[in-house]
Write a protein that binds this ligand. Sequence first.
Ligand SMILES: C[S@@+](CC[C@H](N)C(=O)[O-])C[C@H]1O[C@@H](n2cnc3c(N)ncnc32)[C@H](O)[C@@H]1O
Length: 210
Amino acid sequence: MTDNARRSPIDTTPYTLEMPEAPVSWPEIFGRDRPVELEIGSGKGLFLANAARGNPSHDFLGVEMAKKYAYKAAERLAKANLSNVKILPGDARRFLHLFVPAASVSAVHIYFPDPWWKTRHRKRRVFCEDFVVDVAKSLTPGGDFLIATDVEEYFGVMMELMDRHEEFTEQARPEPKTPEHEHDYLTNFERKYRIEGRPIHRAHYKKTTA
Ligand SMILES: C[S@@+](CC[C@H](N)C(=O)[O-])C[C@H]1O[C@@H](n2cnc3c(N)ncnc32)[C@H](O)[C@@H]1O
């Protein structure tokens, strides 16, 4: 019995991807050659499910370090019977650095990354200089990089890092949408924080170099 099957009564195998050992081929993973969007730290997969449903001409891959959440996300995708989305349980920084081919993804999304409040834990933050370098490498020219966080200080750090990277040009800051139902939010954390009335900081960059 696979690890996956032990955790879930639903067959999530078609929705999960193992950490590869070499750079990936997107057409091999998705069985076709279409724009691919990556989400870093997908949690329980609300963004992936909504985005895949809303953009059937794109393929989506979420990378989520916590296996428990990755399999919850896989269950959500399986229940929704979506054919253009998968989740990879594992470290997104490692995946992006080693296994995503250069100029191969049309968008990278990172929503509410863990802030790691204690100074001695800050080095665990996903959004750091090396991460931005790897996002710049991975995006196609014209590709989108979308960011949201409720942590003002972390947002400031992100914006400073982005300012130093001339590959990116900032676009109009995304506006929150008006939710039409309880799952009509960008992510689970977005839903929680909007209901609590916390301010949310959002940014959108385009890779404007080749
Ligand atoms: C605060 S949660 C936000 C989840 C989701 N994006 C949302 O907004 O609802 C941050 C998520 O990032 C995941 N994470 C942290 N470091 C990661 C890494 N290096 N690679 C992949 N996922 C990571 C955590 O396990 C957690 O599920």
